[in-house]
Design a protein around this ligand. Structure first.
Ligand code: SF4
Ligand code: SF4
Ligand code: SF4
Length: 443
């Protein structure tokens, strides 16, 4: 399948070019986000009846991991409310550039932080405390507020969206998996960019802002760091930006050589396996350890968690690579072939989330009518009884996702191995073993 340029369709192009449709969505999202913070802080402490838990960790998570990321890549970032207040303050404007810009520090993020290690750490911190975060409304409220205020603070100190680009725990994995999505934003003609004066898509102009994600659209080759904010479509004076429909996993044909991105793939793969074991598995001891934050059992759980992610998973992966021969260094092979774990990890998360979401989805109706757990019944659904949904299709759907992920990752391994001229077999065996473990944990 070749690419289809969606921005050739006038309706889509106009919707992206105009700032108003996106602004309307932003306002709704921001109101919802602030309401989630307030619900977490002042609503019922019963997680299953609090809007912040039900809408953030069940409804939003379901949409994000089952639909938005696999099909739209960074589509969520295009409408995410978290960076908005900080960005509006930083710009001194909501829509178009003002005549006089506010005097913020506007510093460049130091070079040592211009990678996704901080995002890896912030995700791991949330993951280690997730059992409490996912069930305690006021902790969720505090974390949501902290993300909003951190984005504002970083926007006052650094240029562009430093929070999104280097710190957001969610943005890191969306960026990783967005490489597999069938949507991309790219330039149409490289030559037009070469002769373009001022590069307004990156530097900004009187009609629009420079790329908030610190990306030069003319150099985009993968989705990871493009937040699909659509600003460059509005700013480019040569109409040289396109949004394309493309085959799934198009970016995975160009393996990365960055260790921060390679470890992001291991972190996400390992977290999915550990969550499946701890939250859905039959081992009460593990679950208790995960929930008893600060206890010695929790420290042991945290130690095992980190050992799996930074020791066991990359260790066996490296052992497999030792058996391959090629001109590339082991580090290069490790980073390049870790791209295989992107489709595998994405499908692990899909399979895990199906279980989690379908088990808890019935809380959404109840919470819609009584979002703070104060006994309201706004839409007459407050008393909807809890019951798992679509139980008969859960196991087949999970098996399909996992086996599909294995096939997808095997094809990715073949292409990546071809790039570094080694055999893909050890990596495919690794993916097979990981998938078997996940099948065993979930089914
Ligand atoms: S990186 Fe994080 S904060 Fe930024 S837009 Fe994406 S999800 Fe939102
Ligand atoms: S403004 Fe348009 S033509 Fe100029 S460098 Fe950016 S994408 Fe290329
Ligand atoms: S490349 Fe364009 S769409 Fe992507 S983040 Fe930058 S300005 Fe936004």
């Amino acid at each position: 399948m070749t690419k289809i340029e969606l921005t050739r369709i006038p309706f889509i192009k106009n919707a992206f070019k105009s700032r108003y449709p996106q602004l309307a969505v932003f306002i709704v999202m921001l109101i919802g986000y602030i309401f989630a913070i307030l619900a977490g802080l002042i609503g019922t402490p019963v997680g299953s009846h609090n809007f912040s838990i039900v809408f953030v960790w069940i409804a939003w998570w379901a949409i994000l991991i089952l639909v938005a990321v696999p099909f739209f890549g960074r589509g969520w970032c295009a409408i995410c409310p978290i960076p908005l207040p900080g960005e509006w303050l930083q710009r001194g404007a909501i829509l178009t550039p003002p005549d006089k810009r506010p005097k913020w520090l506007n510093l460049r993020v130091p070079k040592m932080f211009r990678n996704i290690w901080l995002q890896n750490i912030s995700f791991l911190l949330l993951a280690l405390f997730s059992s409490v975060l996912l069930t305690t409304p006021n902790i969720t409220g505090i974390i949501l507020a902290a993300m909003l205020f951190t984005a504002i603070g970083l926007g006052a100190i650094f240029e562009r969206r430093a929070f999104c680009r280097y710190l957001c725990p969610v943005g890191g994995f969306i960026g990783l998996y967005s490489q597999a999505a069938p949507i991309e934003l790219r330039i149409k003609d490289k030559q037009v960019c070469v002769t373009c004066e001022g590069k307004p898509c990156y530097n900004g102009s009187s009609i629009g802002f420079g790329c908030p994600w610190d990306v030069f659209p003319g150099g985009l080759t993968k989705n990871t760091y493009c937040g699909l904010c659509m600003e460059c479509i509005r700013t480019c004076p040569h109409d040289n930006i396109a949004v394309n429909l493309r085959p799934f996993s198009a970016d995975l044909a160009k393996p990365s050589t960055r260790m921060d991105e390679a470890f992001k793939a291991f972190i996400m793969l390992g977290s999915a396996i550990i969550y499946a074991g701890v939250l859905l598995g039959p081992w009460g001891t593990f679950k208790d350890a995960a929930y008893n934050v600060g206890s010695s059992a929790w420290f042991m759980y945290a130690g095992i968690f980190l050992s799996i992610i930074f020791g066991i998973l990359p260790g066996f992966f490296t052992l497999g690579l030792l058996g391959t021969k090629g001109n590339a260094t082991l580090k290069h092979r490790f980073a390049s072939l870790s791209i295989t774990l992107i489709p595998l990890g994405l499908m692990f998360w899909v399979a895990f989330s199906l279980s989690f979401v379908l088990t808890n989805a019935s809380y959404i109706l109840a919470s819609l009518s009584d979002p703070l757990g104060l006994g309201w019944n706004l839409f007459g659904t407050a008393n909807t009884a809890w019951q798992p949904m679509l139980t008969s299709i859960l196991a087949p759907a999970q098996a399909l996702a996992l086996v599909g992920g294995l096939i997808w990752s095997a094809r990715t391994a073949q292409k990546a191995a071809n790039e570094v001229k080694v055999s893909p077999i050890p990596v495919i065996v690794y993916c097979f073993i990981a998938t078997s473990i996940m099948l065993w944990l979930l089914l």
